[in-house]
Design a binder for this molecule. Structure first.
Ligand code: DX5
Ligand code: ZN
Length: 217
């Protein structure tokens, strides 16, 4: 089953409880939660108090995408807030192997995200250790950006590397995903599609999630 992961950054925060309930009842598989620090990326989003709400109301996999420097300082906190997957950025970690090990020791799945200008081959030696690669299809920082088409060849290469190693590493695509590119991304090997503005700026987010889900399954 391929997974739709709505990026909650684009939801209506004045009705957060209702938005979470909508996703609970939808065909979405995961909640994608974008945590930004204003240092690694030029934007600040949310932290602990909002994550507590997702932990108490969200009934699906909590996928925490950390766009922060020094992520090692926070993984224990986020694991305690119900993270099912914690994804850290390749570009933000001094000792990636250590943090991946530490995330897994907390009983959480470990993901590594790479920016559009980071070479996918740099992940080759890590594929056996990680549960997920988040291939950024925009530069991280904001939702509502345009999908970068060079993601397609990068995805092909990443999938080739994973097949060669024969690991179960999931490929997540994050940024500018819509019905225009969803099927092609899946046909090239993606497993999880994050979608923010395409879902939440539509007339019916729940129906849009359904459409995405049926397009890829
Ligand atoms: C970008 C975030 C994405 C973003 C996706 O830095 O990591 O998850 O919220 O939003 P859309 O789907 O609107 O590009
Ligand atoms: Zn994200």
């Amino acid at each position: 089953m391929k997974i739709v992961a709505p990026s909650m950054l684009s939801c209506n925060f004045s009705e957060l409880g209702d938005e979470i309930e909508m996703v609970n009842k939808s065909k979405a598989g995961w909640f994608h939660l974008d945590i930004m620090d204003g240092v690694f990326v030029p934007n600040i989003t949310f932290g602990t108090p909002i994550l507590e709400i997702f932990n108490s109301l969200g009934k699906k996999h909590l996928d925490m995408h950390l766009m922060i420097i020094n992520p090692e300082k926070y993984i224990e906190k986020f694991a305690g807030l119900g993270a099912d997957t914690i994804t850290v950025h390749y570009e933000a970690c001094d000792d990636l192997e250590k943090i991946i090990g530490d995330i897994k020791k907390l009983g959480v799945k470990a993901g590594v995200a790479i920016n559009p200008n980071t070479d996918v081959s740099l992940l080759d030696h890590l594929l056996e250790e990680i549960d997920l690669v988040c291939l950024m299809s925009v530069f991280p920082g904001f939702s509502g950006q345009k999908f970068i088409p060079e993601t397609f060849p990068r995805l092909k290469e990443l999938k080739r590397m994973i097949n060669e190693k024969n690991t179960n590493t999931l490929i997540q695509i994050d940024g500018g995903v819509s019905l225009n590119n969803a099927q092609e991304l899946i046909s090239l090997g993606a497993d999880v599609l994050v979608a923010g503005s395409f879902v939440f700026k539509s007339d019916s987010p729940k129906e849009t999630i359904e459409k995405l889900h049926s397009a890829i399954n």
